[in-house]
Ligand binder design. Structure first.
Ligand code: PGA
Length: 241
């Protein structure tokens, strides 16, 4: 696992954007696995800047997002489909038909999980998977659990995640209780993985991810098995390492 220490959020966002831009230049039809949450926003801004400067084009890029809340429509302003349009897709030349995200309104959970696994497979797998990390070590919505999940599944969110995400909703009661998420198996199958982390809140999770035992209680720890995983984190997130 490669660890890149950035001095602050701005620097970590710039480094992460540079790594993703390099992937797009190297392979213009790359499959990017994308993440939501507050941490990747600066990375997306760095990508938008490079697009506007004419350095990269998303015209052949394909994407598969990690997860989506169950029960939110794609036009709900807290859905991850909305987040992706707002923070990246609407600002670059990506083709909407080349973007993929689980359908939070699917009627049949098992069928939606199967469909999404097929989508990733038909894309030929993910070239570069961007990840944030939860305070509890989650990646995507892979919460601490007794076992690692392989493919896409419908997951019950933990209280810690619901509380962390309540800031985006009127109250914690309005945060959906379930989500569709790629499993750790799918994440591990990406050719390369780039995890971004910022702030003291993440220091414990980052320490356990890098130095702790590999355990489904800290889902990100599975990245120790990945042959091409990079963590870009700021001083605060790396303060225990
Ligand atoms: P954050 O979320 O970037 O908003 O802290 C990360 C995550 O929960 O994966």
């Amino acid at each position: 696992m490669r660890v890149i220490r950035a001095k602050d959020y701005e620097e970590l966002s710039d480094i992460a954007a540079r790594i993703i831009a390099a992937q797009i230049i190297l392979k213009p039809n790359a499959v990017l696995g994308l993440a939501t949450g507050s941490t990747p926003i600066g990375t997306y801004q760095g990508l938008i800047r490079r697009f506007k400067d004419g350095k990269i084009s998303f015209s052949n890029v394909r994407t598969a997002n990690l997860d989506e809340y169950k029960g939110l429509r794609a036009d709900h302003d807290q859905s991850y489909a909305y987040f992706m349009r707002d923070n990246l897709f609407d600002h670059v030349d990506i083709k909407p038909e080349n973007t993929n995200i689980p359908n939070g309104m699917a009627e049949n959970d098992a069928k939606e999980c199967e469909r999404y696994d097929c989508v990733v497979k038909e894309l030929g797998g993910v070239d570069l998977q961007l990840l944030g990390i939860g305070k509890n070590g989650h990646i995507g919505f892979n919460e601490p659990a007794d076992a690692f999940q392989n493919g896409t599944y419908c997951v019950k969110l933990t209280d810690s995640t619901i509380q962390a995400n309540a800031r985006f909703f009127a109250s914690a009661d309005e945060v959906p209780k379930y989500a569709f998420s790629m499993g750790c198996g799918t994440i591990l199958a990406a050719k390369s993985v780039l995890l971004v982390a910022s702030g003291k809140d993440k220091a414990d999770a980052i320490y356990k991810t890098i130095h702790g035992p590999i355990t489904p209680q800290v889902p990100a720890s599975i990245l120790q098995f990945h042959p091409d995983a990079t963590i870009v984190a700021d001083e605060e997130a790396l303060s225990l390492c």
